[in-house]
Design a protein around this ligand. Structure first.
Ligand code: EPZ
Length: 419
């Protein structure tokens, strides 16, 4: 296994480029199961998770050619059984359920286990496919779904925590080949769902309202191959904005879509960070002491849960007290213990994290846990006094493409070493 060794306190300056969106790429790769045509997808981030999805598509019978950040997928799925070993390594691969069911009339996909950010239920996924007329059983930890022909219907896909991104993706994809009209109420509005809708329509689907709470899909007989360019990763972009604020630096975040990050940009502006749209990029400048501010995460367009840990790292060194609450994954606080090892003053109190900003963090050996908690530790390591070693950085490699190389280009001292 590998670790990052970071010498903290280096001034950061210059340009950092955002890769294609991981969380848009996964459901879009899965959606290629809906056609036997050739799908050419560009600006695909080369990450553990996207490569795992490519492997999964190959086990399902698709031909997958990878050339740099371009993936070309062709051929027909010849089995409806998704490989347990691959699905169990990445919860996101559950989004092959809808496409397999729609294309082959059946699907056998292992249930996503829990993970460090909390329980990952699938009740909304099942509610959606049952509403389309499928049958679903459980056997040996797998969901076994079948439907000779899916039929469109109107359904409500909101759960205890609001809308579900991948449940919306599964149902929206499956409904493309269903008979008649499907209406999804309380659909996820994340930009990744908007991306998926644009991709499916480029294959010949008839979808309206993707990216809004009400999505209408008119089923078609067949979908065709297409050529598509992934949009940039808003969570990676937001991570870089928070990193620039913590390091009091002046950074141009290239290929960052300002309109995907209003909740973060509004919060950063309110605490004293200068964040400005600059064409297709975002310029972030932060030279002064910031003010603390509370956040509560919500489904899009609320503050993203995937930026909560990174925001906590910024608040850890901002004088004053801030309260951080995650309404999407209420227990997504694995990063607190590791940040406290670096001198942060953070405690849990009735479901929230109370952060008392300190003057400095201090380098220490810390353990990466989930993808975004690991990003928070990188931010902390960049601003801490001394050396930080972050172990198990395979968590980071799941969602950040060549992060060490990108950080070195703006002046950071980051070394990838064998543990
Ligand atoms: C997607 O996961 C993202 N993953 C997550 O990003 C992200 O944190 C999450 O959306 C929320 O934005 C991918 O897109 C691959 P949800 P997803 O279903 O779709 C509850 C990262 O770091 N829920 O929107 O699995 C669930 O427990 C990852 O890149 C149900 O109750 O998340 C949670 O509380 C981590 N029933 C809330 O909904 C269900 O059937 C939102 O989860 C499904 C979900």
């Amino acid at each position: 296994m590998e670790k990052f060794v970071i010498e903290g306190g280096m001034p950061l300056k210059g340009e950092i480029k955002v890769s294609g969106s991981k969380n848009a790429t996964l459901p879009i790769l899965a959606a290629t199961l809906l056609t036997d045509g050739v799908c050419e997808i560009r600006n695909v981030p080369k990450l553990r998770d996207t490569m795992t999805m490519c492997k999964l598509l190959r086990t399902l019978g698709k031909t997958v050619e990878i050339a740099g950040n371009k993936v070309t997928i062709s051929g027909s799925a010849n089995t409806h059984v998704a490989d347990y070993k691959l699905v169990s390594t990445m919860r996101g691969s559950f989004c092959v359920l809808g496409p397999l069911l729609a294309k082959l009339g059946k699907a056998n996909v292992s249930m996503p286990g829990g993970c460090v950010i909390g329980v990952r239920p699938i009740d909304l996924h099942l509610k959606g496919i049952l509403a389309l007329g499928a049958k679903a059983d459980f056997e040996g930890g797998n969901v076994i779904a079948s439907a000779p022909k899916l039929k469109g219907s109107q359904m409500y896909l909101g759960g205890t925590f609001g809308s579900s991104v991948l449940a919306t993706a599964n149902v929206m994809s499956a409904a493309c080949l269903a008979l008649g009209e499907t209406i999804i109420e309380c659909a996820a509005c994340e930009p990744e769902i908007e991306d998926l809708g644009i991709f499916l329509n480029s294959m010949g689907a008839k979808i309206q309202g993707h990216g809004t709470p009400r999505v209408v899909i008119h089923g078609v007989k067949k979908l065709n191959g297409t050529s598509y360019k992934m949009s940039s990763d808003r969570i990676e972009a937001g991570t870089f904005l928070l990193m620039a604020a913590a390091a009091k630096s002046d950074i141009l975040v290239k290929e960052a879509n300002y309109d995907h990050l209003w909740a973060l940009n509004d919060k950063l502006t309110s605490i004293g960070v200068d964040v400005k749209k600059d064409g297709h990029d975002i310029r972030v400048r932060c030279k002064k002491t910031l003010k603390p501010a509370n956040i509560v995460t919500h489904p899009h367009p609320g503050f993203p849960t995937d930026l909560q840990a990174q925001y906590m790292a910024l608040m850890a060194i901002t004088p004053g007290v801030s309260i951080i609450t995650d309404r999407v994954f209420p227990d997504r606080f694995m990063h607190i213990a590791e940040l406290n090892r670096m001198g942060a003053q953070i405690r849990r109190d009735s479901g929230s994290a109370i952060v008392e900003g300190v003057k400095h963090l201090y380098g220490a050996p810390v353990m990466a846990s989930d993808l975004r908690a690991s990003a928070a530790l990188v931010i902390a390591g960049l601003v801490a006094k001394g050396k930080t070693e972050i172990y198990r950085i395979y968590h980071l490699d799941r969602g950040y493409e060549t992060l060490d190389q990108k950080l070195i280009q703006i002046g950071a001292k980051v070394f990838r070493e064998k543990e």
